[in-house]
Design a protein around this ligand. Sequence first.
Ligand code: NAI
Ligand code: SF4
Length: 430
Amino acid sequence: MSDPITPVLTKRWLSPNSWRLSTYEQLEGYTAVRKALRGTPEQLVSLIKEAGLRGRGGAGFPAGVKWGFMPKDEEKPHYLVINADEGEPGTCKDIPLMMADPHSLIEGCIISAYAMRAHRCFIYVRGEVLHCMRRLSAAVSEAYEAGYLGSDILGSGFDLDITVHAGAGAYICGEETALLDSLEGRRGEPRLKPPFPAASGLYAQPTTVNNVETIATVPFIVNGGVDWFRAMGTEKSPGPKIYSISGHVEHPGQYEAPLGTTLRELLDLAGGMKDGIPLKFWTPGGSSTPLFTAEHLDVPLDFEGAAEAGSMLGTTALMIFNETVSVPWAVMKWTQFYRHESCGKCTPCREGTYWLAQILERMVDGRGTEEDIETLLDVCDNVLGRSFCALGDGAVSPITSGIQYFRSEFLELCRQNATSSAASSGGDAQ
Ligand code: NAI
Ligand code: SF4
């Protein structure tokens, strides 16, 4: 196994009342912010760049580089927006983090906002998780009362206000520019990029949108330093990562490990396959990444390792399926999800997901033909790379990879249909 680490991001999760300010302070909480506020914003941006922290929302864009795009002057108001709209199927890391350790996110927000000269931060929380909104709002109130938020934080002269905002209940509002639309009170639809949010974001002002796990990692880097952080993970993908493991394993849940850990190693942590039934397929980063099989058990789950194996790392949502699961059925369920969540702004995704779901439903229902497999691939080809945002590309990933690795299963479904149609029309008897 790659070097097992002492938990970092999850280290407080099992402490009694881990979400309370008093527990957080007893466990080194709010020590990083004191240190950070003694330095300059430029020093913090350099620190995060040198540490090589990459975005934990899925795309892995270097966080320090993104922060560096923010203007250095304060002519216009700057905004920090936290994407807590965790919605990728199978992904369950940010919500547990905010439930168990909300102050690590708040401390990360203060440090990051200071680095980017932002005095206003919005945490956009997935609207369906009311319990998480309540937990986070209570923690924000505690932080205000203790002087960690508001005016002149810890006597530094720096001011920051945080607003916890309920999301609009749509998967697309997790896309950063749709999220900004939604935050502005409009229907969430992706905006054309460029301009990127640092140039024109919330209310057309300089804005940085970062994922919860990314920002919650910042205080640890401030306290631990670059070398400590880089000692975990790989050269290009350093640091610890929370992997969410669901499906047919003995102990589903969140497992923290260095980037670059393999599924084989993570399965050991999760107690192995449930009831010993062998693995059939899995997702490395939610359903928007291609399906993997048992052949991929030793792929290092970091940004480069996943890319070399033909995927993206995505959200490190490992959905594990054993031999009892039909691939066409699973692919159909995901496609129905994308059909429902497509925002409708662009034709390839709006129409494509509709037709893909129809064809898959027909196949799973026993009414498919072999020709449908080619039609599926043809429609995928017209969605991939031709859609306005990443949702379209993500929607076709399970279909193309499902057919790549399990074409025989799709074929079998169609042949069963052909056989039963022939039998019902007396075909075999003639
Ligand atoms: P992206 O690669 O377009 O952008 C990633 C980040 O880097 C954004 O903040 C973007 O503004 C910034 N960026 C990229 N190029 C830039 C440039 N040239 N200049 C300045 N900033 C730049 O990826 P996107 O579309 O934001 O996210 C796709 C990812 O989201 C996928 O990997 C997917 O796994 C993940 N995802 C996560 C979900 C979740 O629930 N956490 C839900 C759905 C998708
Ligand atoms: Fe909307 Fe889909 Fe087009 Fe994205 S790809 S803009 S979700 S229709």
